[in-house]
Design a protein around this ligand. Sequence first.
Ligand code: PEP
Ligand code: CO
Length: 451
Amino acid sequence: MTVNADIDALATKASWRDLPAAQQPTYPDAEALREVVADLESYPPLVFAGECDELRTRMGAVARGEAFLLQGGDCAESFDAVTAEHIRAKLKTILQMGAVLTYAASVPVVKVGRIAGQYSKPRSKDTETRDGVTLPTYRGDSVNGFDFTEAARVPDPDRLRRMYHHSASTLNLVRAFTTGGYADLRQVHAWNQDFVRTSASGQRYEQLAREIDNALNFMRACGTDPEEFRTVEFYSSHEALLMDYESALTRVDSRTGRLYDVSAHMVWIGERTRQLDGAHIEFASKIRNPIGVKLGPTTTTEEALQYIERLDPEREPGRLTFVVRMGADKIRDKLPTLVEKVTASGATVAWVTDPMHGNTFEAASGHKTRRFDDVLDEVKGFFEVHKELGTHPGGIHVELTGDDVTECVGGGDEIFVDDLHQRYETACDPRLNRSQSLDLAFLVAEMYRSQ
Ligand code: PEP
Ligand code: CO
């Protein structure tokens, strides 16, 4: 590539700087931030541009109705939870969900973690008050500390460096797990059988698990042992929130001369930063990664069409995913017009449901929580709307953990409001625990089959 092309790419990469960027931390020491950014710019990529292209192709299949997306992981990853145990449990849960959905949907399930970079949180309020003390809000481990002390809540740019290193070690383990035989489909199925056999909620899915077992036995009897059973394609994603970090990890791909955000395979723009005249959309428009945009209940048709203009001018299936998060009580009202108008415009986007963020409420105990039934109902509404319109319900985007936490109420192994305090460990929003996540996968599988 010529020097001029390089300069052009750098100018393109910086175009967001002229626009307002919502939800950015104010660092007390600008020089310290500059040093960290310079370091980040020198670090190796966390993912390859070619892998981002591959995921865009997979998402193209989702957009065309030939595949299903399963995107899941923590609301906010925390540095402390970067341990083999937590990562393994999370991965195991997502793979188990994926196996069930693959069988039920009879199409490939594209697996994407909210993992290896999901450290930054947009917040509705700038401050938090406890017992008369008001401090800046916690904005994720990439920005400040969770502890409710003045010192912890000061934004520290060195946390961006730690975010990079924690993302790298997480991704390293994820890659080892998914390609090293640990994720063999037969093993994943055995875990599902275990869930069905040993948990009250699992017993309801005996029939489905038996069918999968029969299918695997049939293949073995035929003598097939496909390589695809032994390794899993697994991609990383997070919200592209902190402009300094995302921009520092945006590089020119030597093959194509185009820009890629190499901090993750897929990034999304959140509900609070999707302003059409803001920095986040501008930044996303310049990178080649597959892009998600969260659409909340106030989204207008005009906005949705503008996102397509800005982010998918080439009308390339797989480039743009709309992650709809309306709330169980609004999805059936709000989604049809959006899907109709977008479809009529000729664009092929992937439609995905996030049944978590529109269904959060505060329990009497003060815990932020969600009802499993609301989550399920939003997914149901999403499927109903697509069935009615003849369009493809492309996937689910959920906040989950592989641990037995008590953060969301309900589910087959029911968690009650009074249980919430027992293991409430999330750094931000309440996540489905391991059993609730599997529950959801089996229920979505049944939904898919009755489509
Ligand atoms: C999130 O996905 O964690 C999130 C904050 O979602 P939203 O932008 O849809 O509110
Ligand atoms: Co969240």
